[in-house]
Design a protein around this ligand. Structure first.
Ligand code: GLU
Length: 555
């Protein structure tokens, strides 16, 4: 049997040869331009790390007028989740990451270098594996799971390198006859690379982020085709990135240690290696240790967490930019239109150590971001959020549309806008007192609260049509009658002679009207609440006041 027949025997029913595939997936017309990709696995959970890598890769493609690909890596069939591809497509799209080629849904590709899901590319990988078998650079391996486990335990016990190399590569030199006999006897096999590497030699890879890296050559006979006929990650990386003409492989740095394998594969095929750019992982401080942000332990590792908690997408993207490039923040501080996408990412400003993932910082960015959008915009977005997560509040927002927009407009669209709202979910908490349906105060009555002042003020002084100065003068005038000192200097000199100062008087009004000691602008709030609401709230407050201070106390 010739080697070509042997390759056919090991991997039968392959439709095309490697050369034919190379012909089908010709060089791109835009040769020389950036081609980047993201290659997530559809496990039903989109990690912020995927968003981070995906965003960085897309930004580099866009900045360089390049092509951006979404390739789905589903060769590990055990980890797949139904609907996983659509989830990835949806999440990335939601965050404004657009692709030129890739997957539309679970099974449909678009673009000329597809299919873009690995399970539909079996034939292609096998054609490439056959090429290696024909050149005696790959072979069938018949080792059982038990044997492999035993080798591993022995290597661990002897503190040796783990893997199939040297004498552990038992089938490396199997004869064609022996292999055929075993297969005819029904023995199962996988295809391994017959590594031409020598561990004592060095291989160099110039990483766009990490700089020049040196490794021992790969001498592991890695698996290239598994029992199910699908490739391993390493082999798929070679085949896919070569045939899709990817110029820049931007991926997580967990793959750095595989670079000797990848470099070797590209060298064997005499392909130009892509430029690698390995991004450090997102880290989390956990007590005294710093560890990788974990899918299992950290809810904030899931992109869905931000959707559920109502953190605006833009805030997360701005945060991702600050993680991606150390000079982004200073640039963004000076950026007047807030258009963070105008920033040009560069590889040399990507941090080479793990970036600490800082949820507090995201929340801060979110607060700043939300303080700058218009009341109408915030209203619309909150409506969308509550429609999904808080129907009670949604109904109120809908019912009182204009009122709600006006409420959200208090201390907004001004030089120093309010920054108390940190997410769409916090809108309710920050403005609920403006809705009678949600107004349920738990007053804490202080000794300088004077109910007679309050009654007098609301009945005889407060007018909704006053301008702000008149309004404030009237508070001063009325408060003075009840021994609140209108002159702060004077009050500070003799605090014991007064019930309080004007801030104290305002506090009484504020607590009565809103149930809170701190709120945004009281003048605006009273104006929006209006006389009728204020009256009802005053009666409610009065009742509570007399529960704390029985009437005979005040007589
Ligand atoms: N499926 C791999 C991962 O999610 C892709 C790595 C790559 O970008 O090559 O880690």
């Amino acid at each position: 049997m010739t080697r070509n027949e042997y390759a056919d025997f090991l991997l039968p029913n392959v439709n095309h040869s490697k050369e034919e595939y190379e012909n089908i997936f010709k060089e791109r017309e835009s040769k020389g331009n950036f081609v980047t990709r993201i290659a997530p696995s559809p496990t039903g959970f989109v990690h912020v790390g995927t968003l981070y890598t995906g965003f960085v890769a897309s930004k580099f493609a866009r900045q360089n007028n390049g092509t951006y690909i979404l390739r789905i890596e589903d060769t590990d069939q055990k980890r797949l989740v139904e609907g996983g591809v659509s989830e990835i497509v949806k999440v990335l799209d939601d965050y404004g990451i657009k692709f030129d080629e890739g997957m539309k849904d679970e099974t449909t590709s678009y673009g000329e270098y597809g299919p873009y899901i690995q399970s539909q590319r079996k034939d292609i990988y096998q054609a490439f594996a056959k090429y290696l078998i024909e050149r005696d650079l790959a072979y069938p391996c018949f080792m059982s799971e038990e044997e492999l486990n035993e080798i591993r335990s022995n290597q661990e016990a002897r503190k040796q390198r783990i893997g199939i190399y040297g004498r552990y590569a038992r089938f490396r030199n199997i004869s064609i006859e022996d292999a055929i006999e075993r297969i005819n006897n029904g023995e199962k096999y996988i295809i391994r690379l017959k590594s031409p590497g020598n561990f004592d030699n060095k291989v160099y890879v110039d990483d766009a982020i990490k700089g020049n890296l040196e490794f021992p050559e790969n001498d592991l006979d890695i698996v290239i085709i598994k029992h199910d006929g699908l490739p391993t990650y390493h082999f798929a990386h070679l085949v896919d990135d070569h045939l899709m003409h990817v110029t820049h492989v931007i991926r997580a740095d967990e793959w750095v240690s595989s670079l000797p394998i990848h470099a070797q594969l590209f060298d064997i095929f005499e392909y130009e290696r892509p430029i690698y750019a390995h991004l450090s992982p997102l880290m989390k401080k956990d007590g005294d240790i710093t560890r990788k942000l974990s899918k299992r332990k950290d809810p904030e590792a899931a992109v869905s967490h931000y959707h559920e908690t109502g953190i605006p997408k833009e805030a997360l993207m701005i945060y991702i930019m600050t993680v991606a490039n150390s000079n982004f923040e200073a640039w963004f501080d000076k950026c007047t239109d807030g258009n963070f996408m105008d920033f040009e990412l560069t590889f040399d400003k990507v941090s080479t150590s793990g970036a600490l993932f800082d949820l507090d910082k995201i929340i801060n960015i979110s607060k700043n971001y939300l303080s700058k959008i218009s009341a109408k915009e915030l209203y619309e977005r909150t409506l969308e959020y509550t429609n999904e997560y808080d129907r009670e509040f949604y109904d109120l927002l809908k019912k009182y549309e204009n009122y709600s927009i006006n409420v959200l407009n208090i201390e907004r669209e001004c030089e120093r806008p309010r920054k108390d709202i940190d997410s769409y979910s916090s809108v309710r908490k920050e403005i609920s007192y403006m809705y009678d349906e949600l107004f349920n105060p738990n007053y804490s009555i202080k000794e300088y609260y004077d109910i007679n002042f309050l009654e007098d003020y609301f009945e005889n002084y407060y007018s909704i049509s006053d301008d702000k100065n008149t309004w404030f003068d009237k508070i001063k005038e009325c408060a003075s009658k009840y021994n609140y000192c209108a002159n702060n200097k004077e009050y500070k000199a003799n605090p014991e002679s007064y019930k309080g100062n004007i801030s104290h008087a305002c506090e009484v009004i504020r607590v009565c009207a809103t149930g809170k000691e701190q709120t945004p602008d009281l003048y605006e709030i009273l104006k929006l609440l209006g006389k009728d609401r204020i009256k009802i709230r005053f009666e409610q407050f009065k009742k509570c006041f007399y529960e704390v201070n029985p009437i005979w106390d005040t007589l």
